[in-house]
Design a protein around this ligand. Structure first.
Ligand code: NAP
Ligand code: HSE
Length: 434
């Protein structure tokens, strides 16, 4: 049977999973590719580190040149995280004539235009299914299977680490720091988990999906984003009491005046599919004008789910399917103008959950509701429990659920309430999914 020689650059969590699939299930990949995907080299930074995949002798190296100089290696799985040296390595691989498969969304979201331009000029391809939602095949579905549609909206849980942490806090009462450590031990988190918990990783993935689904040219840093790093367990409790769960939602909605994009912890009605996504699972609800709503769900982080997407891309690249798709893909195109414009964040409509600590004294509720009224924010419900007599405190948590209001109005009302002498600590404002 014909052989296509493959290299893996980066043998950490994902790279080791890819090696295991290629080595342990070569018959499976050969059947789908019509040729053997032969693991020729695996490049790492530190040869002394223990690896979770058993590689044949001579495969592991710390010398990238062994891949660059071998013309028989046609495809490289680029599984180094971060921006540098990941960008330089990808450019070197492209210039050496390799087609690329990558899981690095940070690199694509930051340098995608440059890398795609170089790949197009050199007649090479970059496949990136694993870069968004790990094992869930969302890239192929949006760019190929749903291409007859105008996508109207896309809402998703795109960061497995954040979802894992919130689920552990909610279901097990686990402390935030312990949940972060467990996500790292399970191989879900980035090398620096800050990007996971501050909403950056989800914004990078949303930027890629928004390019594909809407022809938007949003840079991930321009997407308004809030992470779970500021989430208070008290809000998880109040949300549950109100019949919701809190999820880090990445949202894109197409309206008459443009595309709205944001990433934020959001109250999602318990019992609905997105609210029930647990642990490191990801989910994306897409609405197309022809197909209607479609729901994707699966593991968005972790070794084997991500390796599943990488190996599928390796097969598609070896067969030649990726090259065809890559040529017609508008992603990071410098030629095609954007098909939609981004809406001003202040105009975006939404419902809000506001939680504040206020003095339990006459007139305070009237002041709070007055501020909301002045900014045309209508109240849907209010919760204030009696103060704990034993704690001897005079301030109590006050939760207000609003009807739909613009982001600008809700934010202005919250800022005004925050200035009251009777308001203590930080006012928390979370979105509520419609
Ligand atoms: P990781 O465990 O940190 O592995 C990174 C690998 O890159 C390590 O093997 C490291 O070598 C190697 N490396 C770093 N610098 C190198 C260099 N200059 N030359 C050669 N190799 C170098 O990361 P990971 O979790 O596998 O993630 C890899 C990529 O996949 C990232 O972009 C990540 O965002 C993405 N991703 C990860 C997941 C997941 O669940 N983990 C899911 C989807 C996407 P040493 O081992 O010798 O240090
Ligand atoms: N750190 C990422 C996450 C890996 O937790 O979702 C998958 O991209």
């Amino acid at each position: 049977m014909q052989r296509t020689k493959v290299a893996i650059v980066g043998m950490g969590t994902v790279g080791s999973g890819v090696a295991r699939l290629l080595l342990d299930h070569g018959d499976r990949t050969a059947r789908h590719a019509g040729r053997v995907l032969w693991l020729e080299k695996a490049v790492v930074r530190d040869l002394r580190k223990p690896r979770t995949a058993d590689l044949p002798a001579g495969v592991l190296t710390d010398d990238l040149q062994q891949v660059l100089r071998d013309p028989e290696i046609k495809v490289a799985a680029h599984l180094v995280g971060g921006l540098e040296p990941a960008r330089t390595i990808m450019l070197e691989l492209l210039h050496a004539g390799k087609d690329i498969v990558t899981a690095n969304k940070a690199l694509l979201a930051q340098h995608g235009a440059e890398l795609f331009d170089v790949a197009r000029k050199l007649g090479r391809s970059i496949a990136f299914e694993a870069s968004v939602a790990g094992g869930v095949p969302i890239i192929t579905n949006i760019s190929q299977c749903l291409s007859a549609n105008q996508i109207l909206s896309l809402e998703g849980i795109l960061n497995g680490t954040s979802n894992f942490i919130v689920t552990q806090m909610e279901n097990q009462g686990m402390a935030y720091d312990q949940a972060v450590r467990l996500a790292q031990e399970n191989g879900y988190a980035e090398a620096d988990p800050t990007m996971d918990v501050d909403g950056s990783d989800a914004a990078q993935k949303l930027a890629i999906l928004a390019h594909l689904a809407f022809g938007a040219r949003a840079h991930w840093e321009d997407i308004p984003r809030i992470g779970i790093d500021q989430l208070d367990p008290l809000d998880l409790q109040f949300a549950r009491h109100l019949g919701y769960r809190i999820k880090l939602l990445a949202s894109a909605h197409l309206g008459n005046t443009g595309l709205e994009l944001h990433v934020a912890p959001t109250l999602v009605r318990a019992g609905t599919p997105l609210a029930e996504v647990q642990d490191a699972f990801n989910a994306i609800r897409v609405i197309g004008d022809a197909v209607g709503p479609v729901f994707f769900h699966g593991l968005g982080a972790g070794q084997m789910p991500t390796a599943s997407a990488v190996v599928a891309d390796l097969i598609d690249t070896a067969v030649g399917r990726c090259k065809l798709t890559f040529q017609t893909l508008e992603l990071f195109s410098l030629v095609n103008p954007p098909r939609v414009h981004l809406r001003d964040a202040d105009d975006m409509p939404g419902r809000y959950y506001l939680r504040m600590h206020v003095d339990d004294t006459p007139g305070v509720l009237a002041k709070v509701t007055g501020a909301l009224g002045r900014h045309a924010v209508s109240i849907a419900s209010v919760i204030q429990h009696e103060p704990d007599q034993h704690a001897g405190k005079r301030s109590v948590p006050l939760v207000v659920m609003t009807h739909e209001a613009s982001e600008g109005a809700a934010s202005a009302a919250a800022e005004e309430i925050q200035t009251f002498a009777q308001t203590h600590g930080k006012l928390i404002r979370l979105r509520v999914k419609a």
